[in-house]
Write a protein that binds this ligand. Structure first.
Ligand SMILES: NCCCC[C@H](NC(=O)[C@@H](N)CCCCN)C(=O)O
Length: 456
């Protein structure tokens, strides 16, 4: 770090927190769009005749380009080479473009019988748009993480990451809560249209951040693309992947998130079919983990900043996840209050693990490798975000249909969610095992995961 003046912009509390809120708005819009179609699964089935398999394919498409065209890896390299301002703007543009394509697919071709590459045209085009959006959202995610690591270096970093994730959860929660009521009152595509407008706001908001960041760079060089040692090099990739901590964090990340985000995408339907929750509020229940995480992630982030214990907290979160999914899998429990309590516990686990996991990455790797490290971790996580929804969708379609019902003249399937919930439980058990190995590795390699972040 090369200091040119005593007080830099990010030393001012108001300035670094303003920067955080500005970029957090972009991410909030991204999370809204990410989740807005999930509660509409049954409506997509009833109105556009999408099957569960097609819904799973569409949901997994978020990660398709990130996984198969390595877009997250390229994104990480672009981030390390061209910096946070360029990469952030690029990803915001991709998110807007992808969402417009998804919206066009549903409005223009929704319900069509036309086929493309063996898929219904609307399913294919919506998935393609969602894939492009997914590239933008994931690259924006690693960019924002690097922004926080830069602006909050040696400061309240875990709290800042917690607040950013919490605000993103607002986007998710709003999406889950409003999707069905808005779609019923207006059109199936209206919730997505709102998302496209929010994303344009997110683009403008990120543009504002670039001005602040330019000012900071004029004062100090913490982590820009100017220094030779900070340009991307394959040595960084080798250094990142040869660190055992990387593999454990990446594995924990893919396993943990595979049983949270993909589960949530199907949770609205689970609430309706298994727990007899009214369709109008089922999305709000499915979004409860996001709501809980909204309040708890900053609290846990602040605690970890002060007291540490990140590795133990990741184990606790994984254990809670096992209990939640295992109870959801029990076929004879149908009480809606059980479903709500489980969602709240899931929300606590969903706050504990991310608030411990993400700042831990910044402890394992130096700042200049962070872009690459986050990109590789997100890449591995995306394999789960692609594969698990596709797997669950196909399991539902092939093994879990128990009957059909006709609502307002539209026929939808009824599903038994026992088998999908057993799959989620199995993944959660693996995540606990990996969290345990991570704690052992921390002792062995001295990453300092159990130590506090704040310098006293
Ligand atoms: N500082 C890192 C924050 C990561 C937050 C994390 N997001 C992800 O893991 C994304 N790769 C996937 C987002 C998918 C959104 N439905 C999170 O906990 O949200």
């Amino acid at each position: 770090m090369n200091q040119t003046s005593n007080q830099k912009l990010n030393d001012k509390t108001w300035a670094r927190w303003s920067a955080l809120f500005v970029v957090a708005f972009t991410m909030m819009a991204a999370y809204y769009v990410n989740d807005i179609m999930a509660p509409l699964k049954s409506m997509l089935e009833g109105e556009l005749h999408w099957t569960s398999g097609e819904f799973g394919f569409f949901t997994g498409a978020y990660s398709f380009l990130n996984v198969f065209l390595l877009m997250l890896i390229w994104g990480g390299l672009i981030l390390d080479k061209f910096g946070i301002r360029f990469t952030g703007m690029l990803s915001a543009i991709l998110m807007v473009g992808g969402t417009i394509c998804e919206y066009a697919a549903i409005t223009r071709f929704g319900g069509t019988e036309e086929m493309l590459f063996g898929y219904k045209l609307d399913v294919f085009m919506a998935s393609a748009g969602y894939s492009v959006f997914g590239v933008g959202a994931e690259v924006a995610g690693i960019t924002v993480t690097k922004i926080i690591a830069k602006w909050f270096h040696g400061k309240e970093m875990a709290l800042a990451m917690g607040v950013q994730v919490a605000l993103a959860r607002v986007g998710s929660q709003v999406a889950y809560a409003v999707a069905i009521p808005v779609a019923k009152n207006w059109h199936l595509d209206t919730p997505l249209l709102i998302g496209a407008i929010l994303l344009v706001g997110g683009l403008v908001s990120f543009l504002c951040f670039t001005f602040m960041d330019r000012k900071l760079d004029r004062q100090v060089t913490i982590d820009t693309s100017c220094g030779d040692d900070e340009k991307f090099s394959f040595k960084d990739v080798v250094a990142v992947v040869s660190n055992p901590g990387f593999w454990l964090i990446a594995l924990l990340c893919v396993l943990f998130y595979s049983c949270v985000f993909p589960f949530q995408k199907f949770a609205t339907e689970l609430m309706v079919t298994k727990y007899n929750v009214s369709e109008d509020i089922a999305g709000t229940f499915a979004g409860l983990p996001a709501l809980g995480a909204l309040f708890l992630t900053p609290v846990f982030g602040g605690m970890i900043d002060r007291r540490g214990k990140a590795a133990s907290i990741m184990m606790l979160g994984a254990f809670m996840l096992i209990c939640v999914h295992a109870i959801y899998a029990i076929p004879f429990i149908h009480a809606s209050w059980v479903a709500i309590i489980l969602m709240i516990i899931l929300g606590i686990a969903f706050s504990l693990v991310p608030s411990a996991m993400w700042p831990s990455v910044a402890k394992i790797f130096p700042v200049k490798q962070l872009g690459t490290a986050y990109a590789l971790i997100f890449f591995i996580q995306n394999i789960g975000l692609w594969g698990i929804p596709a797997l669950i969708g196909s399991v539902l379609e092939n093994y879990c249909i128990t009957g059909q019902e006709v609502v307002n003249g539209k026929t939808t399937n009824l599903y038994d969610y026992t088998l999908p919930m057993c799959i989620f439980t199995g993944i959660a058990i693996l995540s606990l095992l990996v969290a345990f190995l991570l704690k052992s590795a921390d002792k062995q390699y001295g990453y300092g995961l159990e130590k506090a972040n704040l310098k006293k």
